[in-house]
Design a protein around this ligand. Structure first.
Ligand code: IMP
Length: 198
């Protein structure tokens, strides 16, 4: 990829998402690298697959083709050990169908609360080439939901790196220090910044 010479937009990246929370998290993380981000609301295909890499890849290629610009998409999931990694790639569907209470019910009486969020940021150029960047955060599922910040499963996820607080009880800045998405975005940002180096 020869982004440095061929890419006319400077350090700007288009982020295909309809999720304002993801966009706000990304905006702050990418600003640390002097990268501006524009939110593009383009409906992309969401394939069903067991790994979030494939889902992110298909969606990034589709987004770049539709808007004819280099673009990132981000796909994430919550993987709960006691449920053999469920809901994982089905997190969005499961969140919509059973929500936080549904997950807490599934874990009722279960001592092992270990879980992790995984995020994949997929960058696609208009020629269809794709790169991935991954991020993880380890933690546990709480017994009750706590906090009103963030989105999705944030109120029931307590990261190991900040015990005693769920993502839902954190500010965006606090969440961004350790979150799966921020980590994947930082990996992307380091690579993207290098594309512009002389
Ligand atoms: P998506 O398919 O990447 O939009 O994410 C799948 C689902 O996982 C979302 O609908 C959320 O419920 C959940 N999710 C993803 N990232 C996060 C996060 O940072 N916090 C809480 N829930 C998340």
């Amino acid at each position: 990829m020869t982004l440095g010479r061929a890419f006319p937009y400077g350090k700007l990246i288009f982020f295909a998402t309809g999720n304002m929370h993801k966009f706000n998290e990304a905006r702050r993380v990418l600003a640390e690298y002097n990268i501006s981000v524009a939110m593009v609301r383009v409906k992309t295909i969401e394939i069903q697959d067991d790994d979030i890499e494939s889902i992110a890849e298909a969606s990034a290629i589709d987004a770049a083709r539709k808007i004819n610009l280099p673009v990132i998409v981000e796909d994430a999931g919550l993987f709960i050990d006691a449920l053999n990694g469920f809901p994982g790639p089905y997190s969005s569907y499961v969140y919509r169908k059973i929500g936080l209470d549904g997950i807490l019910k599934l874990l009722e009486g279960i001592e092992n609360r270990r879980a992790r969020f995984k995020s994949v940021v997929a960058f696609s150029d208009t020629d269809g080439s794709v790169k991935y960047f991954r991020g993880f955060v380890e933690g546990r599922i709480t017994r009750v939901a706590r906090g009103y910040g963030g989105f999705g499963f944030d109120p029931i996820f307590e990261p190991d790196e900040q015990p005693g607080k769920t993502f839902g009880e954190m500010t965006i800045e606090e969440k961004n220090k350790i979150s799966h998405r921020a980590r994947a975005l930082r990996e992307f940002a380091k690579w993207y910044r290098d594309q512009f180096s002389p």
